[in-house]
Design a protein around this ligand. Structure first.
Ligand SMILES: *Cc1c(COP(=O)(O)O)cnc(C)c1O
Length: 429
């Protein structure tokens, strides 16, 4: 960090960022510290975080209880292989996850990222049907506008158009797609609303191992909130056609939508569930795939009698300790009240955007506030506008959105929403 401009210049020429180009003429801001809901840039400026580092940092940054939990584990053991060995943080975390997720989910497979937990879920579904004597069930059905990660299996179930992966289409397994739900959250959805899903299942269920989707909130694929009755109908159809249901709670899990897990809005229980992102409060990379006793038993008693996956860093003790501390912090606070207060403030604070001609729609659910523009925003200009307003907001496509840490104060949230209104109205985007 000797010469500020030197390391930033090196970054531009040598370091890839998410969905980035080397040498691109887009601003990348050097961040050197973070505390509470504030990111500190190298030039001393502070930005209020509106992103929770992509759904993760629910308790903000540099939290003393989180730091302490990781330090304590560090003094015991930073890492140890999980093959043939087990350790207290992994078991305590698994116990907690089994306790707080829907009751039928009884076993936990730890992995290092959300995408991998989706791969694991897909492999579990295929292996389950293989062991049931139905080896033709090797494909998946999903809804358009979804996002499940960047690895090949996960990519194959992302939206084929907006999923950012279409150039890999020939290298991916072809899956089945139903229309994205058009009955939105807070509205009813009759059987007609799921007719595309039903048609796909009717025609292709013999090849389909599972339906995979994000419950209630389609995140990165469009920030859409859909009807809980749609999810209930999907569950019913899965049972009718003998297909498993995988719910990807990686973005929605741990309170973000106002329920601990988004599937609770609909009272729907999946056969397999993925969690990640805020699992460790944004401290470490960790994800998990939970499944039912029926599935884990079938796989364990079938042929070859093992589940065929095993990451090197499976159940990393530091990450498990971070997750335990994060869950403790979350569950010991009145988080539901926090989220509903944030929801109210987002609704009020973003409401003025509705009047702007550039804006298509404003929608809020839990601690997620979305301003959908009529046209895609220009990152080159909008990003500096937000930084100048003292906030960290990272739009994509037509979507300008906020998902702040749960610990944000009213005042800071007000600054965030006012910045969004001001930037959307005045910034030349
Ligand atoms: C972010 C995300 C993933 C992928 O997780 P990574 O940790 O980035 O691999 C999968 N599904 C959903 C719903 C996500 O939001």
């Amino acid at each position: 960090m000797s010469d500020k401009n030197d390391w930033i210049a090196f970054d531009k020429q040598h370091v890839w960022h998410p969905y980035s180009a080397i040498g691109a003429d887009l601003p990348t801001y050097p961040v050197v510290g973070a505390k509470g809901v504030r990111l500190r840039l190298a030039d001393g400026r502070e930005l209020i975080d509106g992103m929770s580092s992509w759904w993760c940092a629910i308790h903000g940054y540099n939290h003393p209880q989180m730091n302490q939990a990781i330090r304590a584990q560090l003094d015991e053991m930073a890492h140890v292989m999980f093959g043939g060995l087990t350790h207290p943080p992994a078991v305590a975390l698994a116990r907690k996850l089994v306790e707080i997720t829907p009751a039928t989910l009884q076993t936990v497979f730890f992995s290092d990222s959300g995408s991998v937990s989706v791969e694991v879920a897909m492999k579990m579904a295929i292996q389950y049907w293989h062991d049931k004597g139905v080896p033709a069930k090797q494909h998946f059905l999903t809804i358009r506008k979804g996002y499940h990660g960047d690895t090949f299996g996960a990519m194959s179930v992302c939206d084929p158009v907006t999923g950012m992966h279409s150039l890999f289409a020939d290298a991916m397994t072809q899956q089945f797609f139903a229309d994205a739900p058009t009955c939105f959250f807070g509205h009813p959805c009759n059987r007609d609303g799921a007719k595309s899903m039903e048609a796909q299942l009717r025609e292709n269920h013999e090849q389909i191992a599972a339906v995979i989707l994000e419950p209630i909130v389609q995140g990165t694929g469009g920030m859409r909130f859909y009807s809980l009755e749609y999810l209930q109908e999907v569950r019913r159809l899965c049972d009718q056609y003998g297909v498993l249901l995988i719910l990807d709670e990686i973005a929605t899990g741990f309170g973000r939508t106002g329920k601990l897990f988004a599937c609770e809005h609909a009272g729907v229980t999946p056969d397999i569930m993925c969690v990640g992102k805020s699992l460790t409060g944004g401290y470490m990379s960790l994800a998990a795939t939970l499944t039912t006793e029926e599935i884990s038993k079938t796989i364990s008693e079938g042929e070859p009698g093992l589940f065929m996956h095993g990451p090197t860093f499976m159940a990393n003790p530091l990450a498990c300790s971070a997750a335990l501390a994060s869950l403790e912090l979350l569950l010991e606070t009145p988080w539901q009240k926090r989220i509903s207060d944030i929801e109210e403030d987002l609704k009020q604070g973003l409401a003025p955007c509705r009047e702007l001609p550039q804006v298509e729609e404003v929608r809020v659910l839990g601690a997620i506030g979305v301003v959908e523009m009529k046209r895609p925003v220009e990152m080159r200009t909008i990003q500096p506008c937000f930084v100048e307003a003292g906030v960290w907001v990272r739009p994509f496509g037509k979507l300008v959105y906020l998902m702040p840490p749960y610990v944000i104060s009213r005042e800071d949230l007000d600054t965030l929403t006012r910045a969004v209104v001001q930037v959307v109205e005045k910034c030349p985007i």
